[in-house]
Design a protein around this ligand. Structure first.
Ligand code: ATP
Ligand code: MG
Length: 431
């Protein structure tokens, strides 16, 4: 990336009379090359441009290209309205109700094109929570309605410049997550942005800028006003891709974890759960090595310290005589309010319950091979074993049991050397 002195500062006359100072970084002074932009994306950008529209790459793709990382997706923004874009590309369709976008469909994927939008007017009485944001705007308005400065950069296909209305280039250099505008207001408008701040800080290894950080600690309880499915998706996203350890650390440090998972926050506050932090590191290495871990296992990791503590307490109360059936019932009771809070789908609830239950069942393997075999073929066995592996490797407990199951499951899957037990024969009723 170029240093700031090489950048040109321009004052552009915007529609609606807004004058916005912004930096334009010439092609020679930044590192984005068209070679790192997929062909389909370039095709869409060029066709919009040749048809007389502005065509910018925006959001995470510009940020990641400037950091020499591979973008997850390439989003395009333009002043063409969705109908105009639809007409330009035969292979396209308009999608979305909340804000309309155009998907241009290619054989090997979809390119998403949005129209510049601005933050909608506040409706009186509705507080600050934004519920409808389908209002077209200018480039500067579009940049300013975005969440963080590093996510508000544009790359123009007209002259290959990078355009910065929000100070994103500087924050990229300083490795800072900074809210665009007034953090208090922006987090109240959309509390999920607090989780996104944590995600980007963990993922890019950036600091959260001070006023953004303070606003998170101040408004953290407002996360409960956000739609639970968005919140759950964001939480899972924090765990899925190899940065769970620093993300959860930040959640705990800002106490944004408190309204979401008070059970975990208070457990962490009391300390003595080193295995939990190690488990997140093991999880990050595991997903980093390309192994897929189900959402149910990911979520179970977060509730495990609470569940273990409660089961141990219950077990102590009954002087170690907690029967399996009671234990499973207890696990269900423990996680019910938590999965309710996250409004998980019925499938995800069931899978989470089963992952945890299977973990406890695996801790005491059946004594005969036939029962073990049946276990391996149960639907939730791999989730239970994945959880056991994570737990055993981080707590150094149950390592033997874990190995026993791993090698048995491997053998069963290779199958030849273990004989599959026959299902019990059904007796035919005599007529
Ligand atoms: P990723 O690499 O994870 O895709 P991203 O920055 O592209 O990261 P997206 O969720 O794909 O994130 O969103 C695309 C862009 O839309 C963001 O870069 C940001 O500019 C804007 N955006 C997304 N969510 C919000 C939000 N809640 N509030 C404001 N702007 C947002
Ligand atoms: Mg993206």
């Amino acid at each position: 990336m170029s240093s700031e002195t090489e950048a040109t500062t321009v004052v552009e006359s915007e529609p609606q009379g807004i004058e916005a100072a912004h930096q334009v970084i010439d092609r020679a002074d930044h590192s984005i090359s068209r070679k790192s932009i997929p062909e389909n994306v370039l095709k869409v950008l060029y066709r919009l441009h040749r048809s007389g529209y502005r065509a910018y790459l925006c959001g995470g793709s510009v940020r990641d290209l400037l950091m020499a990382r591979e973008p997850k997706d390439f989003d395009i923004v333009t002043d063409a309205h969705p109908g105009d874009v639809r007409r330009l590309f035969r292979n396209s369709r308009i999608i979305g109700r909340r804000f309309r976008l155009v998907h241009v469909i290619f054989q090997d994927g979809v390119v998403e094109v949005a129209t510049f939008r601005r933050e909608p007017e506040k409706v009186e009485g509705d507080g600050l929570l934004v519920t409808d944001d389908n209002v077209f705007g200018s480039p500067v308005e579009d940049a300013r309605r975005r969440d963080f400065t590093i996510n508000g950069l544009f790359y123009s296909i007209a002259d290959f410049t990078v355009i910065d209305y929000v100070g994103g280039l500087r924050d990229l250099e300083d490795r800072l997550i900074r809210v665009i505008g007034v953090p208090d207001l922006r987090f109240q408008e959309d509390p999920v942005r607090m989780l996104r701040a944590v995600e980007f800080a963990a993922r890019l290894d950036f600091e959260i800028e001070a006023s953004t950080y303070d606003a998170i600690t101040e408004h953290r309880n407002e996360i409960l006003k956000a739609s639970p499915p968005r919140v759950s998706e964001e939480i899972l996203e924090l765990l899925r891709r190899g940065w769970s350890s620093s993300a959860v650390e930040l959640l705990a440090e800002t106490r944004l974890l408190e309204p979401l998972l008070p059970e975990l926050q208070s457990r962490l506050d009391r300390g003595g759960v080193d295995y939990f932090w190690t488990m997140l590191q093991v999880l990050d290495r595991t997903v980093g090595s390309g192994r897929r871990i189900s959402d149910a296992v990911l979520f179970s990791v977060l509730v495990l310290p609470h569940v273990i503590e409660e089961i141990e307490r219950e077990s102590a109360l009954r002087e170690g005589k907690l029967r399996v059936g009671d234990m499973l019932l207890h696990i269900r009771e423990l996680i019910q309010p938590i999965v309710d809070r996250f409004a998980f789908s019925a499938g995800m609830r069931h899978q989470t319950e089963q992952a945890l239950e299977t973990l406890w069942r695996l801790l005491e393997p059946p004594s005969d091979k036939r029962s073990m075999w049946r276990f391996v073929f149960r639907e939730h066995f791999s989730d239970g074993l994945a959880l056991l592996e994570l737990y055993a490797r981080s707590s150094n407990r149950y390592l033997g049991v874990c190995q026993q199951w791993q090698s048995f499951a491997q053998k069963v899957r290779r199958s030849e050397d273990v004989e599959r037990p026959r299902p019990p024969r059904k007796r035919r009723r005599r007529r």
